[in-house]
Design a protein around this ligand. Structure first.
Ligand SMILES: C[S@@+](CC[C@H](N)C(=O)[O-])C[C@H]1O[C@@H](n2cnc3c(N)ncnc32)[C@H](O)[C@@H]1O
Length: 260
């Protein structure tokens, strides 16, 4: 590996550690996001309108209210933007204690949002088949580093455990919305590994200089065996209780994690 590739590898590997994110979020001034990844709420509105706001059963006015799970919510404004539109059943999960505390304090006045310290590879306390919408913006991206052709075992293990957990908690009628900068020829095999989800994909930001992609994944009716959970971890290794990684082919690209 060249020095440049080594640097990218080391930088991207850090994104899988809670300690890295704690360090980053501790500088937040509490009034604006440290970093809104990839696309803002306004940028995403057309995608969300088609795949959330206008979908029967997932509309904010539907009874019962759809339960939205934010996967790696960080300090993104999207949960608050959704709350303003009437989404009052939301769980914002992140494994950085710093950002979870910050968000709890900052947004205490918003009803129906719970900021939860949680490792997404082992979502303890979230029952199977309980989530209507699971939303990921660049969190799966952050679990990926290294060569697309020969991903490190840790990447396969972490992404496999994560996707199994998303599948476990999603209702049969639910949707997993995943916004990513990574190229479709790497993401499609990753998201369809193990036959967990049926996928649709939209190209986003087509007029910008850099394309992003929005995946709409639905659970396949055939379920894999349920996962079991015993501990929450803040390190990059998947918790011991998670199932073995699903074998995958290319899962990364050479661009590394993109910051806007
Ligand atoms: C690239 S940031 C995206 C933040 C936010 N979704 C946004 O769009 O601004 C990734 C976030 O995922 C969180 N994260 C990464 N791996 C995680 C894991 N295994 N469990 C829980 N949170 C994780 C990080 O702490 C960080 O807040």
């Amino acid at each position: 590996m060249s020095n440049g590739s080594n640097k990218t590898f080391n930088r991207d590997q850090q994104f899988g550690h809670a300690e890295y994110w704690d360090e980053r979020y501790k500088d937040s001034d509490g009034s604006a996001p440290t970093h809104e990844w990839l696309l803002s709420f306004v940028d995403l509105e057309p995608f969300l309108k088609t795949n959330l706001f206008d979908v029967p059963g997932l509309r904010s006015q539907d009874d019962p209210h759809p339960l939205v799970l934010h996967l790696g919510s960080g300090d993104s404004t999207i949960p608050i933007d959704l709350s303003r539109l009437g989404y009052t059943s939301q769980i914002c999960a992140d494994f950085s204690p710093t950002v979870v505390c910050l968000m709890r304090e900052q947004h205490a006045s918003f009803p129906g949002i719970e900021w939860r310290l949680l490792d997404l590879r082992d979502m303890q306390g979230i029952p199977p088949n309980s989530i209507d919408v699971a939303f990921d913006k660049s969190t799966l991206d952050a679990m990926i580093y290294g060569s697309p052709w020969s991903p490190p075992p840790e990447v396969k293990k972490n992404t496999g455990a994560y996707l199994q957990e998303v599948h476990r908690v999603l209702k049969p009628t639910g949707r997993f919305l995943c916004i990513t900068f990574r190229q479709p020829h790497f993401m499609k095999p990753l998201l369809s590994q193990g036959g967990l989800f049926d996928l649709d994909m939209k190209v986003l930001n087509e007029r910008g200089s850099f394309n992003y992609y929005g995946y709409i994944s639905r659970k396949k009716s055939r379920s894999l065996s349920p996962t079991t959970s015993t501990s929450t971890s803040s390190s990059t290794s998947a918790p011991a209780s998670t199932p073995p990684a699903i074998p995958i082919s290319g899962v990364s690209d050479d661009a590394g994690a993109q910051e806007e």
